[in-house]
Design a protein around this ligand. Structure first.
Ligand SMILES: Cc1ncc(COP(=O)(O)O)c(C=O)c1O
Length: 386
């Protein structure tokens, strides 16, 4: 782990604090999109993301294609489905929170016949319901959210992947909020498309949507015929992503690629498994600390992610006032989303966030609660981190 750049300390579920060497790489002179250094950075970033999500490496004859696009995670979600589902075709969306609903909205926007299977926020959709919905709908493509960022709940995506394989369904996983901080195991689980973005546990600034695409998914793209998007069409990017020096489709975000290569060097210096273990440790420590402050996480321990925690704020405390108090100590904490906006706050603990950052954040929360009259003992939360 490397020390993130100084304040403000972003303890939000993305963007996460960006390490100084990554910021310095962004500030290097801009390279041509078809230059050798850009090609090298792209390959480095692709390799790193492939390792992070457990994709098959590019050198493998069955290797997955890692597609790096300028844009945000939402663009990645759209790129994930517009290549697989044509107008009027069925798309099964498994939704356990805010970003599952986004997949459904994106599916409708591209003209898909969306069938949604969902659960109350804070819970998981049982695998049996997913199996039944696939059988009843006949959908051949389904989307799943890995970690829902509104609730911090992780889905049983490995169970869904097993069902998808048995039924011959192509599974698209939104791992925007988990990849780089939690294992995904794409190839081992037979997941066809894993989508992520630069600004979360991978430790880069916002600006890249990244998709790891299996050969089976590529085959389905070919069978689809016309794709409903020109810029997001995987086939337009395929050659550039295999050799950016020889093949131009559109100008690459060259400074972000340089920064991404450095982010991957840092992550691989730490090692992916140790990085996942650090995220697990941090998540447990944060939750112990938050409970000690009277801020219980929403969701049972066994369904909570390693990267983001949503907590309920006591009725006597205004979540916005608590966030303002933390901001006065240079700590940025996220509010709740949607139906949870009035009652919750969210903490991101991903990427370069380690114990020093959590101590700072917990101390700011503790001080904020005390200043707002909550019956909190000074040191109660911070003590749980040590
Ligand atoms: C799980 C998940 N999916 C998709 C997105 C959308 O990403 P972006 O805001 O970069 O468009 C987010 C962003 O928070 C997310 O957490």
């Amino acid at each position: 782990m490397t020390v993130p750049a100084p304040s403000p300390l972003l303890l939000i579920p993305g963007p996460s604090p960006v390490p100084q060497p990554v910021l310095e790489a962004l500030a290097r002179p801009t390279e041509s999109h078809s230059s050798e250094p850009t090609g090298r950075s792209l390959r480095r970033l692709q390799e790193g993301v492939a390792h992070a999500v457990g994709a098959r490496p590019a050198g493998d004859p069955a290797g997955d294609l890692v597609l790096v696009l300028a844009g945000s995670g939402t663009m990645g979600l759209e790129a994930g489905i517009v290549n697989l589902v044509g107008p009027g075709e069925k798309l099964l969306v498994v939704s356990h929170g805010f970003f599952g609903a986004r997949f459904a909205a994106a599916g409708r926007a591209i003209g898909a016949d969306v069938v949604e299977v969902s659960c109350p926020w804070g819970e998981q959709v049982p695998a049996g319901e997913v199996e039944r919905a696939l059988q009843e709908s006949g959908a051949k493509v389904m989307t799943v959210t890995h970690v829902d960022t509104a609730t911090g709940v992780v889905s049983p995506f490995l169970e869904y992947a097993r069902i998808a394989r048995e039924l011959g369904v192509v599974m698209v996983l939104d791992a925007v909020a988990g990849a780089g901080g939690m294992p995904v195991g794409m190839a081992a689980a037979g997941i066809d498309v894993v989508i992520t973005a630069s600004q979360k546990a991978l430790g880069m600034p916002p600006g890249l949507a990244i998709l790891a695409i299996s050969q089976r998914a590529m085959e389905r793209r070919r069978q689809l015929g016309r794709c409903g998007s020109y810029f997001l069409d995987w086939l337009n990017w395929e050659a550039t992503m295999r050799d950016s020096q020889a093949n131009y489709f559109a100008t690459l975000p060259t400074n972000m690629l340089a920064a991404g290569a450095v982010a991957m060097e840092l992550a691989e210096g730490e090692g992916w498994e140790p990085r996942f273990a650090r995220h697990r440790r941090m998540a447990h420590a944060v939750r112990r600390g938050l409970r000690a402050l009277g801020l219980p996480p929403l969701g049972a321990d066994e369904v909570l992610s390693s990267t983001v925690t949503a907590v309920r704020v006591p009725e006597t405390i205004d979540p916005a006032a608590l966030r303002r108090a933390a901001a006065a100590e240079d700590v940025t904490i996220a509010g709740g989303i949607g139906a949870w906006s009035k009652t919750t706050i969210r903490l991101g603990h991903m990427g370069a966030v380690g114990l020093p950052e959590l101590l700072h954040g917990m101390a700011a929360l503790e001080g904020g609660l005390i200043s707002l009259g909550a019956p909190v003992e000074r040191g109660a939360g911070v003590g749980e981190l040590m």
